[in-house]
Design a protein around this ligand. Structure first.
Ligand code: PLP
Length: 335
């Protein structure tokens, strides 16, 4: 089933280009939370990489286990695959999703017939005993909210005691790897805890479609069986194994993302109040969010607009040049 019409995403530059009559190449695209300085693809990829079928005993899994610090992990064609599969791995449940959130979660859980409650972060303690599944993103997309390991382990304990699940989406946690829940379970994932990791965000290679799910073995085996042998393409597995093992690049990139998000936060905070920062994007709720989005779009800067609550999210400029252009527009009256 296609959900194209219902769920909005960033990265839709073609749409922007048509609407504002600005050629595709002339945009500064800040509409996603993807690292704009991607891991560099080797210039010479052997032709066999494009020719071979995926092999499950290649270098990807050892590389991923080391990078994520967890053994109970399974590669997927993007963490999106898990987002769409998990609702079909439980019978009808009451599901709390901390919102605002990545809109795919409520869509797919509702689609599978579950009862979905959108809850605010501050409501979790009050509703936890009333639901079977709690889903949250740490740090959150879009509002950059964060949770402590202690909070998460407490939620997990309460839910798993009665056969419930805690799903933690760690798509944006790679810049603070020590905060990943996976580090607490290097050998074995406990029952009732599911952690998703996205390869595309930190490595800036969202297009190759690679992500991971970590979970208790029986659930992992169920998802692996649904995926079959060829869920992730051989080129994605080959590139993923190399990128996940590139420790020097990881450290450089953490510094780049920290620096660049700090600079973006400064630019936005000069004009807007209560800007929230993750290492991949900044978010701000504002009654004139739509107008700001349109003003920037007319200048060829594409950002993400949210209707409810009215808010904007800006991804990171890839260079000082882009940052300076943004600075110039934020110094005039964008609201
Ligand atoms: C919070 C969150 N989780 C998961 C995804 C899916 O990422 P992917 O399937 O590329 O791993 C996204 C994509 O934007 C996201 O924002």
């Amino acid at each position: 089933m296609s959900n194209d019409k219902k769920i909005k995403h960033g990265g839709n530059l073609r749409e922007a280009s048509k609407e504002y009559q600005i050629p595709l190449d002339n945009w500064i695209d800040l509409s996603t939370g993807i690292n704009p300085r991607a891991w560099e693809i080797p210039e010479l990829i052997p032709s066999t990489v494009w020719q071979r079928l995926p092999e499950l005993d290649d270098d990807l899994l050892p590389s991923a286990k080391k990078y994520y610090g967890c053994s109970d992990i399974l590669p997927l064609a993007g963490s999106q695959v898990a987002i769409q599969s998990l609702p079909y791995c439980r019978r009808s449940s009451r599901v709390a999703i901390v919102s605002p959130c990545y809109a795919e979660y409520p869509f797919w859980w509702q689609q599978a017939g579950h009862t979905v409650y959108r809850v605010a972060k501050g409501e979790i303690d009050a509703i936890l005993s009333l639901v079977d599944v709690l889903i949250l993103i740490n740090p959150n997309n879009p509002d950059a909210n964060q949770y402590t390991g202690e909070q998460l382990q407490n939620y997990h304990q309460q839910l798993s005691q009665r056969g419930g699940w805690l799903i933690v989406d760690e798509a944006f946690i790679d810049t603070t790897p020590e905060e990943s829940l996976l580090k607490k379970y290097p050998d074995e994932m406990p029952e009732g805890l599911i952690v998703l990791r996205s390869f595309g965000k930190f490595f800036g290679l969202a297009g190759i479609r690679l992500g991971f799910i970590a979970a208790h073995q029986p659930l992992l085996a169920q998802i692996a069986q649904q995926q079959g042998s060829w869920g992730v393409s051989h080129p994605a597995r080959w590139l993923g194994a190399l990128a996940l093992a590139d420790d020097v690049w990881h450290q450089d990139t953490i510094h780049f993302l920290q620096r660049q998000s700090g600079a973006l936060f400064e630019v936005m905070s000069k004009k807007l109040k209560q800007v929230k920062k993750s290492h991949y994007f900044c978010y701000c709720e504002h009654p004139k969010a739509k107008k700001i989005t349109e003003t920037l779009a007319k200048q060829g800067i594409w950002i993400r607009y949210f209707e409810k609550p009215a808010a904007i999210r800006l991804g990171l400029p890839k260079s000082d040049e882009e940052l300076n252009i943004l600075k110039r527009f934020f110094s005039i009256n964008i609201t």
